[in-house]
Ligand binder design. Structure first.
Ligand code: NMX
Ligand code: MLT
Length: 388
């Protein structure tokens, strides 16, 4: 790619399209193709799905998978960084219990930033990643009012173990929960440079705001129902559908479209085939919970909705996206309140956004970093005028 190569021709038709397809930079952590989906540092996501989240974080930061020795050293480094100050819990105690968990997540990340920003991009990103499992566990416990006997954090546990231990739910299969969560984290860590939350986080960091402020802002971007919160909305409507009967599911989808509401879990700005992250989760569900009622409903939705959505030519991609299946799996292992689902997406995405912020701040332009974001907008409806 030479400096003068033309990559894309912008016409008036591209204005007000959410920068769709317009190249704005390079990304070193992942790329997304319309038919094969996301690849982390070259690896198709399906090949990484069974790996430990820590190894995939290492990949996003170092662009190579770790050797066993590197993996051990990386886990030890995360353990050293893992302790969360008690004052985070004190702030959580002041938040409204009916506030959305994504707002709690954003406030939690901001709060950590107020307590312990170093100003070094990589240090701050790694510190935040290491503290996320406990932050997430405390978020659930305190928001739900389960305040007694919160287990001490064992920073030597895996990311997922630390969260599951802090949560300490009775009557659930902890091994199954850990397996589902580990796969969930790996699948959701990164999705190219231009997804809304990552783009937002990098844009904030381009003005040299802190990693914590940038990622808290990214979480706010993720909280929208057309982006990360689609996983909550999708499971909510699975619960509303309440049957895997194809005719009833079809009637439901048609009803949502007629009411001009999105069919959550379907469609994508870049993908033009089923999202491989959905395919992986469907395969996991077939293995672990084929008879789960919610799983049966999303199995029917996966068949019915693309056919119905295809009837509308303006919908570029009628196929299932990442958010179709995660809710059913999370519900199956004991997370029965969908309002929490997007916090798992956010937890995972901290790794990809953190790695991309480091690349943009310390690697791009020969190490000078990408300059402050400042795209051009063209004036509309504003002819020059003066006060009388
Ligand atoms: N249900 C209803 N309408 C849809 C859907 C859908 N699943 N997908 C696209 N459309 C509409 C879209 O709203 C747009 O309408 P209009 O021209 O009136 O603005 C039209 O079809 C063309 O949209 P596309 O170019 O196909 O998609 P776009 O890139 O604008 O939007 C999404 C992508 C993901 C926002 C869109 O497909 C959608 O709203 N899907 C449902 C919500 C969802 O599952 N989001 C999660 C995406 C993944 N993630 O986690 O971020
Ligand atoms: C994501 O994982 O961020 C979503 O699929 C949205 C996107 O890539 O635009």
């Amino acid at each position: 790619m030479g400096d003068d190569d033309s990559l894309f021709t912008v016409t008036s038709a591209h204005l007000n399209t959410g920068l769709r397809g317009i190249p704005v930079g390079t990304c070193r952590t992942s790329f997304v193709t319309p038919t094969e989906g996301v690849h982390y540092c070259g690896y198709p996501i399906a090949e990484l799905a069974h790996l430990a989240p820590e190894d995939v974080v290492y990949l996003l930061f170092n662009k190579e998978l770790p050797t066993p020795e590197q993996a051990e050293a990386f886990r030890a480094d995360l353990a050293k960084r893992g302790t969360v100050p008690n004052s985070l819990a004190a702030v959580f105690h002041t938040l409204p219990n009916d506030g959305h968990p994504m707002d709690w997540l954003s406030v939690g990340i901001h709060t950590l930033g107020m307590m312990e920003t170093t100003g070094d991009w990589k240090e701050d990103a790694l510190n935040l990643i290491a503290r996320m499992p406990r932050l997430m566990g405390l978020l659930f416990r305190i928001r739900e009012g389960r305040l007694d006997n919160i287990p001490e954090d064992d920073v030597n546990g895996s990311m997922v173990q630390r969260f599951v231990r802090t949560l300490d739910l009775d009557g659930v299969d902890h091994d199954l929960m850990e397996k589902i969560l580990a796969t969930y984290l790996v699948l959701h860590m990164d999705h190219g440079g231009g997804n809304l939350s990552t783009f937002t986080g990098k844009a904030i960091a381009s003005g040299h705001a802190t990693v914590y402020a940038s990622i808290a802002g990214a979480m706010n971007a993720l909280s929208g129902p057309l982006h990360g919160r689609a996983n909550q909305s999708c499971l909510e409507f699975v619960l509303r559908i309440g049957t895997s009967d194809p005719d009833e599911v079809e009637a439901f989808v048609r009803g949502e479209l007629a009411a001009k509401r999105p069919v959550f879990g379907f469609g994508h700005a870049v993908l033009r085939a089923e999202d491989p992250r959905a395919t992986v989760q469907f395969a996991l569900g077939e293995e672990l919970c084929p008879d789960d009622e919610n799983f049966k409903i999303i199995r029917t939705l996966r068949e019915v909705a693309p056919r119905v959505l295809s009837e509308n030519e303006k919908i570029s991609n009628p196929n299932a996206n990442v958010d179709i299946a995660s809710g059913a799996l999370l519900h199956h292992v004991g997370f029965t309140d969908p309002t929490y689902y997007t916090t798992f997406f956010g937890w995972a995405r901290v790794a990809g956004i953190g790695a991309q912020i480091i690349d943009e701040r310390t690697v791009m332009r020969g190490g000078k970093g990408t300059p402050i974001y400042r795209p051009k907008y063209i004036a509309e409806g504003q002819s020059l005028r003066h006060l009388e």
